[in-house]
Design a protein around this ligand. Sequence first.
Ligand code: NAD
Length: 229
Amino acid sequence: MNIVVLTGAGISAESGLATFRDLGGIWSQVNLEEVATPEAFAADPERVQSFYNARRAQLHEVEPNAAHHALVRLEREWRKGSFLLVTQNVDDLHDRAGSQALLHMHGELRRVRCLACGTDDRWEGPVTSESACPSCRTQGRLRPHVVWFGETPLHMEQIEAALEGCDLFIAIGTSAQVWPAAGFVRMLPRRAWGIEINPERSAMASSFAEGRRGPATRELPLLVEELLA
Ligand code: NAD
């Protein structure tokens, strides 16, 4: 039984990172058009960098939670087929928990990409107009390695191949409003079983065979226990 897991901002909520679309979420505090589009970066790079600098700095204050750890356990102990974790999250909580078969389809806060040479590199601190690319040394051409609205998500070929061979699809903490991730549940083979873990019904809730309504830190360890039993 091949498993594909999709996570969204909700899995990191209990670690203390704000979700996007919930009340009090990131998009109720900042205007999406001002920070998360290529046009915004072209118009005001400093504003965009400072938004992501602040979010990168916030990563020092949070730790992976029981839901991140449960996915690591599932990956390590699953013997009945393949396992792939696809995350929409740009935080590094899955990485720090120890997930290995992990694809960041919307990029990573702790990486930057150079507009001069195209290389992406690990980056811990703030990015300024003086920052030089670790690979080609060009100054002032770094951008956050995150996928903005209007850009193509990363690793799509690998993700689509995994969905084609998937028997169990588990979506956790995603409102299913950002595509293409929202449509993954509709790309599954007929035989596949879909489980949504979310305290609320997402926009795609009716496409899942099963919904488990509760916080990820409660529902996911329970589900992993069931699967490994
Ligand atoms: P979202 O904020 O839209 O949805 C969060 C979901 O988590 C909600 O459905 C909520 O009910 C659920 N939730 C809240 N607490 C939970 C908990 N404890 N346990 C389980 N679920 C919980 O986030 P999303 O679905 O991830 O969609 C937005 C995605 O799009 C983001 O992940 C992000 O990567 C991407 N995005 C990126 C940018 C950017 O900065 N470049 C901009 C917008 C969106």
